[in-house]
Design a protein around this ligand. Structure first.
Ligand code: ADP
Length: 490
């Protein structure tokens, strides 16, 4: 039997928590007003005599039995959370602290339960957790690194992107100093110091500097920094964005612009060249035609003039052919037309056509052909144009010595080599001579006609036919252009 003298009624009623006193069977013998209210009863008499289990969700009755068993063993077990049930069936978050009650002899005579409605606290905790989770998600979703440094410049908070960008693990990055990222880079160090000054003095700073990764690589970054106060302490907060890709895109853009400007310049130069190229032989044709028609011209001179007109006509035809070829190559329309070609006839034809250039320049012209005729399958007109362009250059750039066309068949391939003892090509120009509209050393070229198209056409045609062109040259000694084509394309 509970002795009322053990129950201090005034404490019982003054407590904001509910207090429920039960006998050993768990039947309520006393409940404070706040407990009565908490469980939705109107008065004490409604509560008294009820089993304490009525106040707990049936699914958690096991827990209550365990708790009572523990109390009987002398262990209160601290505060526990239950799902409380009000008299109208509504459930709520309930926290209970409990203890045994002893009589004068010290025997356990009942239990005391201190009940607290923690629904609000739970809701607050849940919403705090939700907010924290949202903040965390935003923190990690930002496409850059986030940092918070204390007033000594030590890193105290950061996101995963920070670790990924700097390549440091969670343990390694903790406590890094803001200046560690710019070690041994005086320029970036100065920039960052200025950014920090702006952040503290003007509220916000933004700078671009190179960040040093764990592996030593430095990457271009954009940093922001704001001076913030948290619980009375000064911090530096901000984000850092990797600019590597942006920088690459910018440099691509600059290169593309430069390429476009170059192409534009080259086209202008090309047009000027072409008009000069076309005009020169055309003027000579028109001029000499007039002389040929002049009745006072004697027959010997007339023959000479006809030769000049023929050479100029050929040159004109060459340049027009080149222009047509390059435009059709550039638009991707050029295709090979294969047929059987006798090397003997091809080389004979070339010799007859180009001997006149050799005579004109006073140099020797030699063709080394295979002893036996070989029939190859190739695009004859393209092959003729390639060899023609190489020979024209050989004659053009050779003042003494010889121009040689070597032709061999071996290993299923026909190997051509055009060699001369001319002015040669300086090393610095050799990589560019195959580019469209590109001529070699302008100073040296001044004395020679040319459009800068011959070699680019030759190279493109050789590639189309399944070969590759190579050049060897020694400035002042001569040049050698060689390429090989399959004997049989099938
Ligand atoms: P073009 O001869 O009309 O200028 P090409 O494309 O045929 O144009 O040749 C490009 C440049 O390569 C020439 O301007 C010249 O500087 C150099 N070149 C080509 N062939 C020779 C050669 N056999 N000897 C010396 N330089 C050459």
């Amino acid at each position: 039997m509970i002795n009322d003298s053990f129950l201090n009624l005034s404490i019982l009623e003054a407590s904001p928590d509910g207090i429920v006193v039960t006998d050993l069977k768990g039947l309520v013998v006393r409940a404070s007003q706040s407990a009565v209210n908490m469980f939705g009863f109107k008065c004490h008499s409604e509560v008294e005599g009820l089993n304490v289990l009525n106040f707990i969700d049936v699914k958690e009755h096991e827990l209550v039995y365990e708790c009572i068993a523990m109390m009987l063993r002398g262990d209160n077990g601290g505060a526990k959370e239950y799902t409380g049930v009000r008299v109208d069936g509504e459930s709520f978050n309930l926290e209970i602290n409990n203890n045994v009650i002893r009589d004068i002899e010290g025997e356990i005579s009942g239990f005391i339960f201190i009940t607290r409605d923690i629904s609000e606290r739970k809701k607050d905790a849940e919403s705090l957790m939700r907010n924290n989770m949202i903040m965390e998600a935003i923190f990690e979703a930002v496409p850059g690194m986030i940092y918070l440094y204390d007033s000594d410049g030590n890193l105290v908070r950061w996101n995963k992107k920070h670790q990924q960008l700097t390549r440091y693990s969670q343990e390694e990055i903790a406590g890094k100093h803001v200046m560690d990222w710019f070690k041994d880079d005086p320029k970036s160090t100065e920039i960052i110091k200025e950014g920090i000054r702006q952040a503290f003095e003007e509220g916000f700073g933004e700078v671009e500097a190179l960040l040093r990764r764990k592996d030593g690589e430095r990457i271009p970054m954009y940093f922001t920094a704001s001076g913030v106060e948290i619980e009375g302490k000064q911090y530096l907060a901000g984000i850092g964005v990797d600019l590597t890709e942006q920088r690459e895109r910018e440099s691509e853009l600059i290169k593309a612009t430069e390429r476009a400007q170059d192409a534009d310049r080259l086209k202008t130069a090309f047009l000027q060249n072409i008009s000069h190229e076309i005009r020169t032989p055309l003027n000579s044709i028109l001029g000499f035609l007039e002389l040929i028609n002049d009745p006072e011209t004697d027959s010997i001179s007339r023959e000479d003039y006809i030769k000049i007109v023929t050479i100029s006509g050929r040159r004109l035809l060459g340049i027009i052919t080149d222009i047509i070829s390059i435009s059709s190559l550039q638009t991707g329309q050029e295709r090979c037309i294969y047929s059987d070609v006798s090397l003997k006839l091809l080389l004979q034809n070339i010799y007859e056509n180009y001997l006149v250039f050799a005579h004109e320049k006073g140099v020797d012209f030699v063709i080394n052909a295979p002893e036996e005729d070989v029939v190859i399958i190739t695009d004859e007109s393209k092959l003729l144009q390639v060899i023609g362009n190489l020979l024209s250059n050989a004659f053009k750039f050779t003042e003494r010595g010889y121009a040689l066309l070597d032709c061999k068949v071996a290993d299923g391939k026909v190997h051509f080599c055009v060699k001369d003892t001319g002015i040669g090509i300086k090393n610095e120009f050799i990589n560019n001579i195959f580019n469209v509209f590109t001529q070699g050393d302008i100073n040296l070229n001044r004395g020679y006609e040319g459009s800068g198209l011959g070699l680019s056409i030759a190279k493109a045609y050789i590639n189309l036919m399944g070969g590759e062109i190579k050049v060897k040259s020694k400035f002042g000694e001569g040049s050698e252009f060689s390429f090989s084509l399959p004997v049989n394309i099938k």
